[in-house]
Design a protein around this ligand. Structure first.
Ligand code: AMP
Length: 344
């Protein structure tokens, strides 16, 4: 067994909540560090509510745990400087810094031989016209940092181009046939276990459903897993990572890396003996990785905002596993829970 008794998790959202539950099944307790309100607080052993620049709180947190991980990739590097001096961090600093900035991320992916959408760095509004000339239209302007669920993105069509207000990247618009993602785990010893790639459908930039099997030829799914494994190895990664890819007639393009458990991996809770949350806990605790095989067909659907009105009906539908995050108000666009429909 591992000598890890307590895991510190930076971020206390629904991912931290589900990680805490998975850890508890393995006899490991979690200490959550979260500046805001925390759905993970209901289920974790201990919670620290403090900002990421509170040096005393960070130090006390790091001293109370055996290893630190995160469920949120935008942790300021100044906080990591302090934490890393006290306690090991998995996934490592490089994985975080690569995924925090879209230009750094795409440059890294190209350097390790993977294809991305064509892109141009747009440090300020004055650089936008030149970038559009190089990349062409249609294209998508995204803030380099802090964007998620389609936030901080502007579609550039034929009309005048809107500025995002922050340093950005301009990406060529990819006419994809499908969006898929690979959830992959890598252990401390370099062992890798990938879950089956899932087919993702987004609406208004937010993930709505993930379906497994994804229905694509195994030539494509194998290639997707190989892309994810190459990324994990290149980063000397420890933990679970989500890799989002575009499927095009010319091959796969990597859209984004999430250095953490990922929304498109929630189906594993109903499809696998060891889900992505337990797999992450195993990896960061130095335990053997679990069996990533898929034992059922699953469609995961996010419950967003008013979808909460459907919960009573979903609770009485056979073959449906309901997960609710214990958040307060069901505001539009807010992820409140998800369901896994098992079977075809
Ligand atoms: P992202 O925040 O980069 O994951 O983007 C959110 C969603 O916008 C993606 O899942 C795609 O559906 C769409 N999208 C992002 N980038 C592109 C692109 N370069 N071309 C076409 N669609 C895109």
């Amino acid at each position: 067994m591992s000598d890890i008794r307590t895991i510190g998790i930076l971020g206390g959202g629904q991912l931290g909540r589900m990680l805490s539950v998975a850890a508890s099944r393995l006899g490991i307790r979690c200490h959550i560090y979260e500046p805001g309100t925390s759905p993970a607080a209901d289920v974790a052993w201990r919670v620290t509510h403090a900002p990421y620049d509170d040096q005393d709180a960070l130090r006390t947190f790091a001293e109370s745990v055996d290893v630190i991980t995160y469920e949120f990739e935008n942790v300021p590097t100044s906080a990591l400087d302090l934490l890393e001096k006290i306690c090991p961090l998995h996934p490592n600093r490089k994985a975080l810094s690569v995924s925090q900035d879209r230009v750094t991320e795409k440059t890294f992916l190209n350097e390790i031989g993977l294809t991305t959408a064509p892109f141009a760095d747009v440090p300020d509004e004055d650089a936008l016209a030149g970038a559009i000339e190089r990349i062409g239209r249609p294209s998508i302007l995204k803030t380099r940092r802090m964007g998620y669920d389609g936030k901080g993105q502007v579609r550039i069509g034929d009309g005048p181009a809107e500025w995002t207000g922050a340093p950005s990247v301009l990406e060529g618009f990819v006419d994809f046939t499908a969006e898929i993602s690979v959830i992959i785990a890598r252990g401390r010893d370099g062992q890798v276990a990938a879950f089956d790639p899932g087919l993702n459908v987004h609406r208004e930039g937010i993930l709505r459903t993930t379906t497994v099997p994804c229905g694509l030829p195994s030539r494509v799914t194998t290639d997707a897993v190989l892309c994810a494994a190459r990324i994990a190895n290149a980063l000397d990664y420890v933990g679970v990572m989500g890799v989002e890819l575009f499927v095009t007639p010319a091959g796969l393009l990597v859209n984004e890396i999430a250095p953490r458990v990922h929304n498109s991996g929630h189906w594993t809770q109903a499809g696998c003996a060891v889900d992505q949350f337990e797999q992450h806990i195993r990896a960061v605790a130095g335990l053997p990785l679990g069996d990533g095989k898929r034992y059922a067909d699953v469609v995961m659907e996010n419950l967003i905002g008013d979808d909460m009105d459907r919960v009573p009906e979903l609770l009485s539908t056979p073959g449906v596993q309901v997960h609710l995050y214990g958040k307060g108000d069901p505001r539009p666009g807010r992820k409140m829970g998800h369901v896994n429909r098992i079977g075809t």
